[in-house]
Design a protein around this ligand. Structure first.
Ligand code: ATP
Ligand code: MG
Length: 681
């Protein structure tokens, strides 16, 4: 029998991969092969034990991780006569489940999955008094803690929370009425269905005989409850995780789930992995030394299999401009020496820090991709097409209709739109139904009525074409919607037309590679795309530490290591979680790690002086390893500012020791100042 893939595991990993009955926790630090172990375990179940792949379920938190695991597992499996195993994110699982079972909640399976942008819009429409970000995160938090609107109202302590609870109630009604679901609903509604139907819960649990979960430290209450239901008939649950990498506390992840696993799942076995295969010793030592400052942890040993390597480089710069320049220079050297851009990444704690990097990288012509920045599918012109698609899937979706009823311009002004939507609301139906009943005619001018009739006729024609062929539908959509033509004529600087063309291309690819899928599947697939999906082959990836979880890069730069930025210090932030983020960041590096900090940053409209992060000291990176470069970015004529003397102009630059001495004219008064004491403006 072919056992070679098990030979790639060490003894502890092999024990975990081949222990298949009962509950099992693999608890280990970063880079110790947790993901590799469960991937191999899946292959072992299918290939060696003979479990039908459809009886397994493997869950992760990002699409990228799911895709990688699928690829890795399937490479190990020789059997080609099978359906691939279900290996996906929790949310994707929820989506698939709801497609089959949402009727049990009295709802139709053609529901629309809304994204964050839609959610904000809906909430804003309901209430504009409180900041929408706050309302959104509070509602999401409640959903993840299984708190329903009526309970929220009962337990609300103050005026604002009462208001949020009532917005929550209205929001839920709105979603139900429009047959929409948000991300949280994918899990919440799935759990409700399972809790409400014991028979079904049993059946589903019996189907998924072997369940595995990666990054278990990030599960929240909702995910935990769902898992409990799913393995109620067999308890065959294998989870892997690292308490030191729990970084979603703010999203309700509960670190106790991993700590209490042995209590939650009777008879659980715990396996520990103690060898790190990813990083060289200096990188691992820094990460270990940093995380040891945390109190609430289980404590683990982690040895580097790779052993000695390059020292960690500390980059010190005056400001974010110089920082970007330094990082760009090093990346350029790596690229010129033949390193592939995909082996390089730059991480930051806060997305706002990416702007200066972007500028610096553009100037240095570094091919880079900002992972999770303004996403393609969130662009306005793409959302217009998506709204058309949604309306075609569900003509009663007035939310989508309102977005595109006058796009391209049809002469249906805001007043007419509001009138129509209000009337529909009054009649308790959708605008499309109103039209079908012939109730629009008396409401609007004869010209508008004709336009609307034409509009709905187009939607109905597209629905009919869609029934026959999805490819033909796309062609007809392009001809009828005239969106491209509309944007061609609008004099905007953004190239919306090429975005639209790219989108049509994506859709065409999807149809060709998923011949059985329909338009709804495409829409829902898009809504589930996550930040990490965009890590590419020919780019240096720039992303937040959160988005980097589970990934690894040969060469890694972590920027913004200053007090206030990393650790981020603001209301509600938690120093131990910040430290775990530092640990996650460092442990993404395989052979080369550079950590950068600046003396001052321009942030939220002002320049702020900053101290270096305490994490540098905690990671043992301050003594000896400090690489201070001569600063040469001052030249005659530069405008600078000094804490005491204010603004001045540089008239002379000369080197002194490790620094530069500047002669500066402060409005007639000339002073010599060391370069680290002034900031370029
Ligand atoms: P993280 O906590 O960051 O998610 P992890 O524990 O999931 O890390 P993996 O990504 O599975 O770790 O593995 C880290 C690296 O070590 C990968 O490149 C993997 O191929 C390699 N690796 C793991 N186990 C072994 C092994 N037994 N022999 C050789 N290489 C290994
Ligand atoms: Mg992993």
């Amino acid at each position: 029998m072919n056992r070679h893939f098990l030979d790639d595991l060490n003894a502890a990993q092999r024990e975990a991969a081949t222990q298949i009955e009962g509950s099992l926790l693999i608890l280990a630090g970063a880079g110790s092969g947790k993901t590799k172990t469960i991937t191999t375990r899946l292959a072992y179940l299918i290939e060696e034990v003979g479990i039908p792949p459809s009886n397994t379920l493997t869950l992760t938190f990002t699409n990228k991780a799911a895709a990688e695991m699928r690829e890795r597992a399937l490479r190990l499996v020789q059997r080609r006569d099978m359906h691939p195993p279900l290996l996906c994110t929790f949310h994707k699982f929820g989506l698939l489940f709801l497609k089959f079972h949402i009727q049990r909640l009295g709802r139709k399976p053609n529901f629309v999955l809304i994204d964050g942008d839609d959610r904000k819009k809906i909430l804003k429409n309901i209430n504009d008094d409180l900041p929408v970000g706050l309302v959104e995160s509070e509602i999401s938090r409640m959903k993840n803690w299984l708190i329903m609107p009526d309970e929220a109202l009962l337990s609300a302590q103050d005026k604002n929370y009462k208001l949020i609870a009532s917005i929550y109630g209205k929001y839920e009604e709105f979603l139900k009425e429009k047959n929409m679901v948000d991300f949280d609903d994918l899990l919440l509604l799935s759990l409700k269905i399972l809790e409400g139907d014991e028979e079904l819960a049993k059946e589903v649990s019996e189907k998924y005989q072997y369940i595995m979960v990666d990054e278990y430290q990030d599960t929240n209450e909702l995910q935990y409850k769902l898992l409990k239901k799913l393995c109620q008939t067999h308890n065959n649950l294998c989870v892997v995780g690292d308490d030191d990498q729990s970084i979603y506390g703010w999203r309700g992840a509960n670190i106790n789930h991993i700590l209490d696993f042995p209590d939650h799942f009777a008879g659980a076995k715990v396996v520990r992995l103690e060898e790190n295969y990813r990083s060289t010793a200096p990188i691992l030592e820094a990460a270990n030394s940093l995380i040891e400052f945390n109190k609430g942890r289980l404590g683990k040993t982690l040895k580097s299999v790779k052993g000695a390597g390059e020292a960690i480089e500390i980059l010190e710069s005056l400001d974010e401009g110089e920082e970007a320049q330094k990082v760009a220079k090093r990346i350029r050297t790596l690229l010129d020496s033949g390193v592939s851009p995909s082996d390089i990444a730059v991480l930051f704690r806060l997305n706002a820090l990416s702007r200066s990097l972007e500028e610096g990288f553009n100037r240095a012509k570094i091919p880079f991709k900002l992972v999770g920045a303004m996403r393609f599918y969130e662009r306005s012109e793409i959302k217009d097409i998506l709204s058309y698609f949604r309306l075609i899937v569900n003509p009663h979706d007035d939310f989508s209709l309102a977005r595109i009823i006058n796009k391209p311009k049809r002469g249906i002004g805001k007043v007419t739109q509001d009138k129509l939507l209000l009337e529909a609301q009054r009649a308790g139906c959708s605008l499309f139904e109103l039209y079908k009943k012939g109730a629009i005619e008396g409401l609007v001018s004869a010209k508008n009525h004709e336009t609307l009739t034409g509009f709905f006729a187009m939607i109905e024609e597209l629905q009919a074409v869609l029934e026959e062929s999805t490819l033909r539908f796309l062609e007809r959509f392009e001809e009828l919607s005239l969106l491209k033509e509309y944007f061609e004529n609008s004099k905007e600087t953004i190239d919306r037309v090429s975005n639209i063309e790219e989108f049509y291309g994506v859709f065409r690819d999807f149809i060709l590679s998923n011949p059985m899928a329909n338009l709804e599947d495409f829409l829902n697939d898009l809504s589930l795309k996550s930040d990490q999906d965009e890590v590419g082959d020919s780019f240096v990836s720039c992303m937040s530490v959160h988005a980097s979880k589970g990934l690894e890069f040969e060469h890694l730069f972590v920027v913004g290591f200053e007090e206030g930025f990393f650790p981020m210090i603001r209301e509600g932030s938690d120093l131990e979680e910040e430290r775990r983020l530092g640990y996650v960041a460092f442990t993404r590096a395989k052979s080369h790690l550079a950590v950068s900090h600046v003396h001052s940053r321009f942030y939220k409209g002002k320049r702020t002086e900053l101290l270096k992060s305490r994490f540098l000291k905690e990671a043992g990176l301050l003594e000896g390893s400090l690489v201070i470069e001569k600063r040469s970015n001052f030249k005659k004529g530069d405008l600078v500012t000094h804490k005491i003397f204010g603004a001045g102009r540089v008239s002379e630059v000369s080197g002194v020791g490790k620094e530069y001495k500047l002669k500066i004219n402060f409005g007639g008064m000339v002073r010599e100042i060391l370069s680290s004491y002034v900031i370029k403006i």
